[in-house]
Design a binder for this molecule. Structure first.
Ligand code: KIV
Length: 265
């Protein structure tokens, strides 16, 4: 029987230097494929707002949306760690609300842990309250998409010396408060490497070079559906689907579908 991946597995992987592969998913059939793959963990990201819902950013994603998609994913999962994103304004207002919302993702939707964007200096009380309730928290620093308007766009973070220092301090603060792992998004690879070497908890990179303890990517990007520059397309599903839609419509219109074998006798 396959041993389930847990937050403890994450920590063990860091100790032995074995990389962690993480991918976003938002629905049952995709999660079924991931369950059958060597991918270690699923992120039900608030990127659902862009990848699936057609939004320009992640800011309009609600708790109900996150619960809805996380439920679909967890129905298919037995052996992977499922991390669910706390969306914009679900943890920034009060620690009590943060715990209530993290609790919904775990109790209603079946997630194993939650991820939130920002530092312990910003959201320490919320993180502590969630952790006290027994819910593991993954941090996320660097380009945190919920702050896109503060950054003036989706820009690389940590180029200036003062920003490098701040990001290093943020990473250490998140480790100290008790996060089990941290996503490092869109930062110079040497900074991500330095942060990774300075921490005992694993770092999961996205657009942060190859020295992180693991990588996470958005599903649609690896399938050739997205446009993220730092992402590699591992398939061209977009083209395959467009071809299938075209062939189906053509066969319906010229009468070759349905054939006898597609028809009840
Ligand atoms: O929502 C998401 O998919 C994320 C990843 C980009 C890390 O937070």
């Amino acid at each position: 029987m396959t041993k389930p991946v847990t937050t403890i597995t994450f920590s063990e992987r860091k100790q032995v230097g074995e990389k962690i592969a993480m991918l976003t998913a938002y629905d049952f059939p995709t999660a079924q494929l991931i369950e059958a793959s060597p991918i270690d963990a699923i992120l039900v990201g608030d990127s659902v707002g862009m990848a699936v819902m057609g939004g320009r950013d992640t800011l309009s994603v609600t708790m109900d949306t996150m619960v809805h998609h996380t439920k679909m994913v967890t129905k298919a999962i037995n052996t992977k760690l499922v991390v669910a994103d706390l969306p914009f304004l679900s943890y920034q207002i009060t620690a009590e609300e943060a715990l209530h919302n993290a609790g919904r993702l775990v109790a209603e939707a079946g997630a194993h842990c939650v991820k939130l964007e920002g530092s312990a200096a910003q959201f320490g009380p919320a993180i502590e309250m969630i952790l006290r309730a027994g819910i593991p928290v993954m941090g996320h620093i660097g380009l945190t998409p919920q702050s896109v308007h503060k950054f003036g766009g989706y820009r690389i973070q940590g180029r200036k010396e003062e920003d490098r220092k701040r990001l290093m301090e943020e990473a250490k603060g998140l480790q100290e408060i008790g996060c089990f792992a941290i996503v490092l998004e869109c930062m110079p690879p040497d900074l991500a490497a330095e942060i990774t070497q300075s921490l005992d908890i694993p770092t999961i990179g996205i657009g942060a070079g190859d020295q992180c303890d693991g990588q996470v990517l958005v599903l649609h990007d690896i399938l050739g559906w997205g446009q993220t520059r730092f992402c590699k397309s591992f398939a061209n599903v977009k083209e395959s689907m467009a071809q299938a839609f075209n062939d189906y419509a053509t066969e319906v219109k010229n009468g070759t579908f349905p054939a006898e074998e597609h028809t009840y006798s």
